[in-house]
Ligand binder design. Structure first.
Ligand code: GTP
Ligand code: MG
Ligand code: NA
Length: 356
């Protein structure tokens, strides 16, 4: 980068919330994919990762602000399960992210895993934006009374609100007020984002529909602007590899692979790596191996869904990556991946790997 210019990596954003609030569907809406419908029981059971290049974000937010200056190369979004049995995955996801989207169903308000997610984020002082999702739902019920929400596909939320009848707006405001009160009971100030004058103190709410896309431009722009405005230091790229194993899985034709999130640094094909492993399900031991292939899904595609992969000689952070290598069968998800540099002491790095 030129002098005085920031060398920022993509922010990592975790999407969290109670089961079935529409986390995956929101990502589907942005990606133009159908991941949610392919899930067993419509339930997310793994951590996912999707990379959104800056040009796609620019495209999607054009209507809001044609001149939005994006300083980050893109946005890496980590999808997490909301089902109560996956607390460990929510914890893993939230520990990796720079900021988060907390999804709340406008009909249900705060639910047990909303509060659990909220506490995980607060524990690490992670900033988040509330997506108040399913704004269409309450109004569909009233369609026959002609008070239904008028769909404005992919529109910024203020524009969509202007199309609604007074009754719809009233109902929306009533539900919004209730949810703001629920957040208050959790000790948090929240406000509609375009009325929020003190971001940082008061958390922003973006009303969304994952089905018809209202509010999606707002959510994306808010995330990226907030990140590049307030997290420059955190997002300044550094060469030291910081990388976490998300999932360990067998992929046909590739053997056991690991899905990782590369937060900083560069990974290269042929790199010697160390990950924490579990032998014979009792003995912890470092796994030293060599990266055989570095794979990513195409941009705007989900890493956890089987598809065609892009092969890379090297990849710079931040990215969600699938690594193929020998001996990964016993790798432990949630632990750090270390790269052995030419001048590094292998034993010291092995020890470090076991400390995670
Ligand atoms: P888990 O990952 O299992 O916790 O669920 P999730 O939060 O990812 O929710 P998911 O995307 O699986 O959506 C759950 C259900 O809500 C699906 O049937 C979606 O079609 C529906 N849904 C999601 N978003 C919206 C929305 O904005 N409006 C309406 N009407 N339905 C939605
Ligand atoms: Mg999901
Ligand atoms: Na679901």
């Amino acid at each position: 980068p030129k002098e005085g210019e920031e060398n920022l990596r993509s922010p990592i954003c975790c999407i969290m919330g109670h089961v079935d609030t529409g986390k995956t569907k929101l990502l589907d809406c942005i990606r133009g994919t159908n991941v949610q419908e392919g899930e067993a029981g419509g339930i997310t059971q793994q951590i996912g990762a999707t990379y959104f290049p800056a040009e796609n974000i620019r495209e999607r937010t054009r209507e809001l602000k044609a001149d939005a200056k994006l300083k980050v190369p893109g946005l890496l979004v980590i999808d997490t399960p909301g089902h109560e049995s996956f607390t460990n995955l929510r914890s893993r996801g939230s520990s990796l992210c720079d900021l988060a989207i907390l999804v709340v169903d406008i009909m249900h308000g705060l639910e047990p895993q909303t509060i659990e997610s909220l506490n995980l984020l607060r524990m690490r002082d992670t900033e988040f934006i509330v997506a108040l999702n399913k704004i269409i739902n309450p109004f569909i019920l009233q369609m026959d009374r002609l008070y239904g929400w008028k769909t404005c596909k992919n529109a910024p939320i203020v524009k969509a609100m202007k199309q609604q009848t007074k009754d719809v707006v009233n109902e929306f405001n009533m539900r919004l007020t209730g949810i703001i009160t629920q957040f208050k009971e959790q000790g948090l100030n929240t406000e509609l984002y375009y009325k929020n004058k003190e971001m940082g103190e008061t958390f922003s709410i973006v009303p969304t529909s994952a089905i018809t896309g209202e509010g999606i431009p707002d959510l994306l722009l808010l995330l990226v602007n907030w990140a590049q405005k307030t997290m420059v230091e955190k997002l300044t790229y550094v060469d030291d590899v910081q990388c976490t194993v998300l999932e360990v899985k067998v992929i046909e034709g590739h053997g056991t692979t690991i899905d990782v999130v590369l937060v900083n640094g560069v990974l290269r094909e042929g790199d010697q790596i160390v990950v924490c492993g579990l032998q014979a399900s009792i003995n912890l031991g470092p796994i030293v191996t060599t990266i055989r292939a570095l794979l990513t899904p195409h941009p705007m595609k989900e890493l956890r869904v089987k598809g065609t992969y892009v092969h890379h000689k090297e990849i710079k952070a931040a990215q969600g990556i699938k690594i193929t290598a020998q001996g990964l069968e016993h790798a432990i998800a949630g632990t750090a991946l270390h790269v052995i540099g030419p001048d590094d002491d292998i034993e010291a790095i092995k020890e470090q790997a076991m400390e995670d």
